[in-house]
Design a protein around this ligand. Structure first.
Ligand code: SAM
Ligand code: FES
Length: 336
């Protein structure tokens, strides 16, 4: 659907009629991607990060956080168990931890690829040759949020980083052949509705295959601890408008949505989303990957989470996707 910036601003601002927007986005979701909800098993494999984003709980300067890094074998075994549980996509996410070198990630991707899963990487900004090598090793998708398209805001919030560089990384990933996931946070300090509208148009312009939209939740051990944070309603309206402007892409009901309300992910699935990423990280690591406070499910096991979210999905009349769940049915590419 072609919506102008003004149309988008109007929809994002219209609290009173948001239920109409949610119904419309839900109908578009049903028409274009059907009732299947695709589950991705999310492994948070290292909370070590070279960056210092002002909003993020695992930022470099958070000295109160115990750091961890899974070994190659631990990561591969965690993925193996997730595949045995039935996940057809494994998402590997971490801080920007360059201990995971080009070669090491290639070995890991090649090993996990044997479990007949699609692989999504989400490890931040790296060289073109790293991205290319991991793609050739078998990685299918890459997830990296642009966070905001307001460049001044980005540079205030992500000191030492370059918006232009992040943008170029996204273009490179797409050019290499990854299914591209990006997205934003909603409710950042001084972020306007106009700027969110521009974010959505940007995601459309670069042609994302997946768009992750979640509220910003202030973390007490970061410089933004006293910020107001985003609301579930605005984040949901943003996600719903995304569905209207890109009707057939994958849109997750993000974990941050449920951290603000116990029904957060279900309501989001009922207003345009079609993907959920249950956490399959095990043990203590779940607590230590604390991007924001109140993260759900930190005391649960992977199997409990899969069963729990599966039951919730079925309770709203939706089905669990049995395939790889690529954008427009795209299948994983094979390593050669
Ligand atoms: N290092 C990788 C990267 O930069 O893409 C992946 C990990 S990064 C921690 C994953 C995402 O967490 C970020 O893109 C950001 O949108 C989100 N995030 C970080 N801090 C957050 C917060 N306080 N509230 C909500 N989301 C947050
Ligand atoms: Fe983790 Fe419900 S999804 S316990």
């Amino acid at each position: 659907m072609n919506l102008s910036k003004q149309d988008i601003i109007r929809l994002l601002s219209d609290e009173q009629n948001q239920e109409d927007l949610f119904r419309k986005a839900d109908a578009v979701r049903k028409q274009y991607v059907g009732d299947e909800v695709h589950l991705r098993g999310l492994i948070e494999f290292s909370n070590i990060c070279r960056n210092n984003c002002m909003y993020c709980g695992i930022r470099r300067d958070n000295s109160q956080l115990a750091r961890y890094r899974m070994s190659e074998n631990e990561l591969i075994e965690t993925a193996h168990r997730a595949a045995d549980m039935g996940f057809k996509t494994i998402v590997m996410q971490s801080g920007e931890d360059v201990w995971f070198s080009r070669e090491r990630m290639c070995r890991i991707v090649e090993a996990i690829k044997k479990f007949d899963v699609a692989i999504t990487l989400s490890v931040g900004e790296r060289d073109y040759d790293d991205y290319k090598a991991w793609f050739d090793a078998g990685a299918d998708r890459y997830l990296m949020r642009i966070e905001t398209t307001d460049k001044d805001l980005y540079h205030r919030l992500d000191p030492g980083m370059s918006w232009q560089h992040r943008h170029e990384c996204l273009l490179a990933l797409k050019e290499i052949g990854y299914e591209l996931g990006s997205g934003i946070m909603v409710g950042l300090p001084e972020q306007s509705v106009e700027s969110i509208a521009e974010d959505l148009l940007y995601l459309k312009e670069i042609g994302v295959d997946m768009a992750g939209i979640g509220p910003f939740i202030p973390h007490p051990q970061t410089p933004l601890k006293d910020a107001a944070g985003g609301t579930l309603d605005l984040a949901r309206r943003t996600m719903a408008v995304m569905r209207l402007i890109m009707p057939d892409i994958n849109i997750p009901a993000t974990t941050a949505m449920e951290s603000l309300h116990p029904m957060g992910r279900i309501w989001t699935l009922q207003s345009g989303a079609n993907v959920v990423m249950p956490n399959v990280t095990e043990g203590e690591y779940r607590k230590l990957y604390e991007l924001y406070p109140g993260k759900i499910c930190v005391d649960d096991t992977p199997l409990h989470c899969k069963t729990c979210i599966g039951a919730k999905i079925m309770s709203i009349g939706r089905t669990i996707g049995q395939g790889y769940g690529g954008h427009a049915g795209k299948l994983p590419h094979r390593a050669h």
